[in-house]
Every structure is written in structure tokens, then in C-alpha cells.
Design a protein around this ligand. Sequence first.
Ligand code: 5RP
Length: 236
Amino acid sequence: MPERLSPVETAKRAAARRAADLVEPDMALGIGTGSTAYWLIRHLGERIASEGLRITGVPTSSQTAELASKAGIALVDLEAAGRLDLTIDGADEFDSALNLVKGGGGALLREKIVAAASDRMIVIADKSKHVETLGAFPLPVEVTSFGWQSTKAAIEDLLPGHDLLGDQITLRLDGEAPFVTDGGNLILDLHLKRIGDPRRLARDLNLIPGVVESGLFIGLCDTVVIGHGDGRTEII
Ligand code: 5RP
């Protein structure tokens, strides 16, 4: 029985499949996190089973590690892999300059480290993720749990000097408790509505003690595969 998918899932699957087809034998691949990356892992698993594709993968989260290993992908850690040929990952938003907001799934730190260790980064996304200006999706910022309220206050002080439309900051929760990342840190979600200068904001956030990393990915992505609800894809 073919799976019946919503248009958004069809779009995610189409983008993921097209990107999975770009993976070549013996590549060292960074594997992203999230519902679009799920389809990527499935298609890579199908290629491994049907054509004997041999790749090594570096997962960007414990969730991805589990899925990828079930799909038959040989996993290594980044230290063993060294430089990667390609990372394929989802995104919460991307603009036409291929700046990204990521971290909706809370994996932004490992995702950014893995992308930065890769020769190329391809984003896979349904077309709703393509925005004129970043910021409608709350910007995740990973912070240490030690002193997180002071870090939050420092971020609040920083925001008025930036071209933004909102300034609310919320601690991400997992039920009643704070959400804890794979690295043991917390996530603050910045409700900025519009980020006029993503590069400057990314730089300034990273100067604050206690900020581990922001979900702004600047200059890391070179290609986006966009999926549409009817199964078509396009590449920008
Ligand atoms: C996880 C991420 C994801 O790539 C992002 O949230 C997109 O997820 P999805 O493919 O489920 O829409 O950054 O930290």
C-alpha cells in the first residue's frame, strides 16, 4: 500500500529524495535532524539496500543516530571522520541569500559544527520555509544552564541595537521541565518577527558569555532543494 501523505510531507519527502540521489559512493556525509531529515535517512537506507551504496555518516543528534543506524548507515563520530564531503539537513527558514534559521528540533549546535566541517551543505525543505526576511520563526539560541537568566538578560540588552520587530525571549520547555539539548544545554527562543541583519545578530549573540551558539547559519549553506506539495522539486 503506498503511503498517503499530506502535501507538506510529500514536499519534504520529494526534497529529501532528490538530495539523497546526490549522495555518491564513499562519501562522508553529515546527516541532519528533523522530520525532513527523516525522509533523507529513509531514502539513503533504500539506496543502501537496493544498490549497496556505501557511505559513512556523522549524525547531528542522538535521534538521527538511532534512525540512521536502523537504516543501515555506517556511523562514525566527527573526530574519526575529519572533514566531510557533504551535509544534508532541514531548516526552519531560509532566505534568498541562503541564510538559515535552524534549531527548531533543538539540534542546532551539532548541526552547525557538522555543517562547518563539510565541504558543502544542502538544505532540504518544503517551500513554506522560503522567506523574504528571516525571523517569523523564533530564533533558537543554545545557552549554558549555568547562569542562563543572566545570559537571557544580556540578550535582552543586545536586541534594541538590532533591526528587529519583536523582543520576547522564552525558555524552551519539554512538558513542564526545561528542554535539554544533546550537549546538556538549554534553548532560549527569541521571538524577533523580523531579522534585518542576520550576520550582525549572529556575530553579536556569539559574543555574549553563556551563549553556546545561535540558530543563525550564515554562509554555510550553498544549495537548497525545495519540495512542493505535488512532489515537484526545485534547486536554488
Ligand atoms: C533541528 C533543525 C531542523 O532541521 C529544523 O527544525 C527543520 O525541521 P523539520 O524538517 O522537521 O521541519 O534545525 O534542530
